[in-house]
Structures are given as structure tokens and as C-alpha cells.
Ligand binder design. Sequence first.
Ligand code: SAM
Length: 205
Amino acid sequence: MINEEWDKMTAPEYMQFTRKWIGACHNVLKDNGSIYISCTYHNLGEVMIVLRQFDFKINNVIVWQKTNAMPNMTKRVFTHSTEFVVWAVKGKKWIFNYKELKQINPETQKDGSLKQMRDVWTMPLVQGKERLRGKDGKALHPTQKPEEMLKRIIIASSNKEDLVLDPFLGSGTTAVVAKRLDRNWIGIEKNEKYVEVADRRLHEE
Ligand SMILES: C[S@@+](CC[C@H](N)C(=O)[O-])C[C@H]1O[C@@H](n2cnc3c(N)ncnc32)[C@H](O)[C@@H]1O
């Protein structure tokens, strides 16, 4: 829920939209393919219900614990510091690159040895050099995702040369990380301003 044009639907409109795009993803996803949906507490319920309606199997609800969450302006609720990534699969023989995930896991055992990657990912909102900014210093996209998050997702559920689709590409994070990891990618974005941002980012990459 940010004050952007794409985030201003009524609850029934949102349910219909969710059904439409998850259904479209279900149609194009290969058997045994994975879908990852980034959510907040506002839409986690709808997303999980619709995934089940399409017979997806939900494997994890990953909690993104944000280390630099926004301050609590109203002081009437607990300060929100989490988002969610739902991982669901179509079929039973999904890819899970368990060993590679262990190798890239910044968390280690007490003795320094590799640790299994858990379903709580602690990382900051995009900041510093990674944050795309215009000449005026303003962020070029309101919800740019951390590259580290996409790295984990793409490594977990695909292999080199596989195809990654992001139907809400935004600033292009999925495409940039997919390219780095030698995956093919397709991005869809309806706002031309953000298409230009993603395009420039990919050329610089
Ligand atoms: C949450 S943002 C994605 C941010 C992206 N992960 C990143 O790292 O920059 C969602 C994006 O979807 C786009 N969008 C919304 N509705 C869309 C639609 N129906 N088709 C294509 N893109 C859409 C918005 O313009 C917005 O850039």
C-alpha cells in the first residue's frame, strides 16, 4: 500500500486482479516451475487463497525482516518491519538448489561452517549505491527490491539458461540479477517511465 496508481483498487477489484494475473502466470509457467510473489500484510491473504485456487503448492512464506523499516507515524500499531515472499510451485518435481543457497548464506554456524538458509531473510530496504536515483536525488522507483532478495530467489529455483518472468518488472531488479546469474528473462511493465529506468539500468549493467 503505497500511494501509486497500481495500488488504489477496492478489495473486490484487487481480488479479481490477483486471480487474473496469477491465472495468467499459471498458464505460462512450466510444469514443476516456481512462482515467487512479494507481498505485504495487506495482500498476503488474497495471494495465498488465489494460489490455492489454482492448485499451486505453497512451499514457504519467506519473511523479509527489514533492518531499516519506516518509522511508526501513527503510534497506534506495532511498527511494521516485515514483508513476505510466497514461494509456490506447479507440480511436485520443483528445483531447489539447497547447496548453492547454503554457500551464499551470509549467516553461518558458530564455528563458521555453512548454514541452511532459513525462511527469515534479514536485509535492509534498498539504499546507498544500489538505490536508483534521479539527478534531483529522488528515488526512481518507490518499491525497488534488494538485489540480494532476487539473487536468493533465482538461485533457489532455477538453473543457468532457464527463463525467469517478472510480470511487474518495475526498476528491473529481476532482469539485472537474472542476467548476472546467466538466466534468460522476460519483464513486463506498464509504466513507460519505469520501462526507461529498467532499460537504462540493464544497459549500464
Ligand atoms: C511493486 S513494483 C515492482 C518493483 C520491482 N520488483 C523492482 O525491484 O523495481 C510493481 C510494478 O508493477 C507495475 N504494474 C502494475 N500493474 C501492472 C500491470 N497490470 N502490468 C504490468 N505492470 C504493472 C507498476 O508500474 C510497478 O512498477
